[in-house]
Design a protein. Structure first.
Lengths: 242, 198
């Protein structure tokens, strides 16, 4: 079963002549262990797609399904629970709280969910370990580098048992090495069984995905995938005379 | 890049015979540039003719090793010191193709751009997957070669993005179908001029 499914999703802002059609009939399914990148020019609907997938926005028409729950059929409380327990978000804007330590930031979603303090702490340390920052658990965001802060944000997105990870330009202003480390983390989480959706305009980052979906004017115009076999690859490398 | 300079660089480490050179060349380029042994010997013969290497006496096993000469070292130093010219990149053909697509009636240029972008993206995914694999300590040279291909493919995707937005802007200013003609501010036209000069 797909972790995330968008079925003929439309999202229109405004009405009549001034209406903006952000998404026009997008259908997309993401399975466990699958990493999908969404590319497209500004205004193509990338971020709208991600907000709909995470239940932060509702479609004008069509359905968004997360782990079998049609988000449109949930009441506010249920929707909030799906957002807290099932979905992890990584944004360019990290949204780390400056007055909380790394561990407290990571534990926050679980705490809000009513989990006991001792348990949240254990989960938070595990998540920080996964991103290689266990020894910085007690630092505050402004005592860490940009790359470290982004890893804390990722740990927060991954904490607990979230099977859908949504990332919007998660490498932001990071340099190429640090940015790559972030992508590797997301990739590893997906390989461990989560479903991942990455919105980016950087082809080099999208290349970490199994499938790259191109959006234009709110519609999917092309998809790169499934992947070719390594034997075919050699014939495609520029300069190779096989 | 020529095989010539690759072989000179390997001979700078010490004398080698043909099969060794081939094996080390492929190792250095991570297997992305397979050579056949004929190419190696033809290149060695040319290097010897130009006085850049010279052949040593045959070994007992019938292998003839070569060593680099002083002229060869000068040539190699010069090569490392000189930037590579952008000639002969595969993108040139793509630029010409797009320029022609623009000026050929009835061609959907956006579709040409998209088809290429999907293909290049797939290639980029493959390179990335290769890179994401095991990281062994001696792999740096191989990963850097892979990175070069990754960054080049990325540049092509970015250029295609640029072409697409230029097309969209052009269509907006001149609401004629793609067959309308070439605008000066379009990247393909510019690249074509450069290419035809060669």
């Amino acid at each position: 079963m797909s972790v995330l499914e968008l079925r003929e999703v439309y999202r229109t802002h405004g009405k009549g002549e001034t209406a903006v059609h952000a998404l026009r009939g997008v259908t997309l399914a993401v399975a466990p262990g699958e990493f999908v990148a969404v590319m497209g020019p500004s205004g193509s609907g990338k971020s709208t797609l991600l907000n709909l997938a995470g239940g932060l926005d509702a479609p004008t028409r069509g359905e968004v399904v997360v782990e079998g729950s049609v988000l449109g059929g949930l009441n506010r409380k249920q929707l909030a629970a799906v957002r807290r327990r099932r979905v992890g978000y990584v944004f360019q804007d990290l949204n780390l709280l400056p007055s909380l330590t790394a561990a407290e930031n990571v534990a926050l979603p679980l705490e809000l969910d009513g989990m006991s303090l001792r348990k949240t702490r254990r989960h938070a340390i595990a998540a920080l370990e996964e991103v290689g920052l266990a020894d910085l658990a007690l630092r505050f965001p402004d005592e860490m580098s940009g790359g470290q802060q982004q890893r804390v944000a990722i740990a927060r997105a991954l904490v607990g048992d979230r099977r859908l990870v949504l990332a919007d330009e998660p490498t932001g202003a990071l340099d190429s090495q640090t940015g790559e480390a972030v992508l590797k983390l997301l990739r590893a989480r997906v390989d461990a069984g989560a479903a991942g959706v990455l919105v980016t305009h950087e082809a080099r980052h999208a290349a970490w995905a199994d499938r790259v979906v191109f959006l234009r004017d709110g519609e999917i115009v092309d998809t790169s995938g499934p992947l070719v076999q390594p034997e075919e690859l050699l014939h495609n490398v520029p300069g190779v005379r096989a | 890049m020529s095989v010539k300079h690759g072989l000179l660089a390997l001979l700078e480490r010490g004398s080698r015979y043909g099969y060794q050179l081939r094996a080390e060349f492929e190792q250095a380029t991570g297997g992305t540039w397979p050579l056949n042994i004929g190419q190696v010997y033809t290149t060695l013969a040319r290097l010897e003719r130009d006085g850049l290497v010279h052949a040593l006496p045959e070994s007992d096993g019938g292998q003839r090793p070569y060593e680099i000469t002083d002229d060869g070292r000068v040539e190699l130093t010069l090569w490392f010191a000189t930037p590579i010219s952008p000639a002969d990149r595969p993108r040139d053909e793509l630029a010409i193709k797009l320029a022609l697509a623009l000026t050929t009636p009835g061609v959907d240029v956006r579709a040409v751009v998209q088809t290429q972008r999907t293909a290049t993206m797939r290639l980029l995914q493959e390179y990335t997957r290769l890179k994401g694999g095991a990281e062994r300590p001696g792999d740096l040279a191989w990963r850097l070669v892979l990175d070069a291909m990754i960054f080049r493919a990325e540049a092509e995707v970015r250029w295609l993005d640029h072409c697409e937005s230029s097309l969209a802007r052009y269509a907006h200013i001149h609401p004629i179908p793609a067959a309308g003609g070439v605008s000066d501010d379009l990247a393909p036209a510019e690249t074509t001029r450069e290419t035809t000069k060669r």
